[in-house]
Design a protein around this ligand. Structure first.
Ligand SMILES: *Cc1c(COP(=O)(O)O)cnc(C)c1O
Length: 222
C-alpha cells in the first residue's frame, strides 16, 4: 500500500461517516490524486483556478471538485461548467457572478458563505451582520442558479487548542443562527466546512460536516 492510501485509511478511521472528507490536492501532481482516487477518494479540493481547471480536464470525470480558496470574480467562468462546491464566498458580487455563470451552463452551483472567525487579519470572510445583509438582499433572493448550502471558516493557525475550539464554536453558532433565520425549511443548508490537517479532530468535535485535509494525506507542500 502506498503512503497516500495508508494516510487516507488512517484519516477515514477517525472521521465519522457523516463527515465529508475533502482531499486538498493543491500543488500536488496528478499521480498523487490518482493514487488517492484508486484508494476510493472522490472529493478533491483545490485553491487556484488554473490548476483546478487543468486537473479536472485530465483526471477521471467522476471526481467532485471543490474550489476551497479565495475566488476572483473574473475567474468564475473557468470552473462554472464542472465545479461541485465553492467554499469561500464572501461577497454578494461574487455570488452574483457564480449565479450568472451557472445559468450560462444550465446548472446550479452550490456555495458556502465564508466567515472570518480567526484572529488573523489576513483571512477573508464575512461577519454575521454582513451575511444577513447578503441573505436579505433582493439580488440574492432573485438568484436561481447559485445555492448556499452552508458555511466555511478557518481557525487561527496556533497551538492554542482552546482558541481554535472557540473559533469553531463561533462558526457553528453562526450556522445555527442563519439556519433559524433564513433556512429553517431548507434541508440543503446543512454544511459546516471547518477543519484542516492540524485541527480537524477539534473541528469534528465542534460540529464540522466537511473537513479539508491536504498535508496529512499528500505530505507537506514544501
Ligand atoms: C490548503 C488548505 C487546506 C488544507 O490544509 P492542510 O493543512 O494541508 O490540511 C484547507 N483549507 C484551505 C482553504 C486551504 O487553502
Amino acid at each position: 500500500m502506498g503512503i497516500i492510501e495508508s494516510n487516507l485509511q488512517a484519516i477515514r478511521k477517525e472521521i465519522p461517516a457523516s463527515v465529508t472528507l475533502v482531499a486538498v490536492s493543491k500543488t500536488k501532481p496528478k499521480e498523487d490524486i490518482l493514487e488517492a482516487y484508486e484508494a476510493g477518494q472522490r472529493v478533491f479540493g483545490e485553491n487556484r483556478v488554473p490548476e483546478l481547471a487543468d486537473k479536472s480536464e485530465q483526471l477521471p470525470k467522476d471526481i467532485e471538485w471543490h474550489m476551497i480558496g479565495h475566488l476572483q470574480r473574473n475567474k468564475v467562468k473557468y470552473i462554472a461548467p464542472f465545479v461541485s462546491l465553492i467554499h469561500a464566498v464572501d461577497s454578494l458580487r461574487l455570488l452574483a457572478e457564480i449565479n450568472k455563470e451557472a445559468e450560462k451552463n444550465n446548472r446550479t452551483i452550490k456555495a458556502l458563505l465564508q466567515f472570518h472567525i480567526a484572529q488573523e487579519e489576513t483571512k477573508f470572510g464575512l461577519d454575521l451582520e454582513e451575511a444577513r445583509q447578503l441573505l436579505r438582499s433582493e439580488e440574492y433572493l432573485a438568484m436561481e442558479h447559485a445555492e448556499i448550502v452552508g458555511v466555511m471558516g478557518m481557525a487561527t493557525f496556533t497551538d492554542n487548542e482552546k482558541q481554535v475550539r472557540d473559533e469553531f464554536r463561533t462558526l457553528k453558532s453562526i450556522f445555527e443562527t442563519l439556519k433559524s433565520e433564513f433556512f429553517l425549511n431548507n434541508d440543503s443548508f446543512k454544511e459546516i466546512s471547518m477543519g484542516m490537517s492540524g485541527d480537524y479532530q477539534i473541528a469534528i468535535e465542534e460540529g464540522s460536516t466537511m473537513v479539508r485535509i491536504g498535508s496529512s494525506i499528500f505530505g507537506s507542500r514544501g
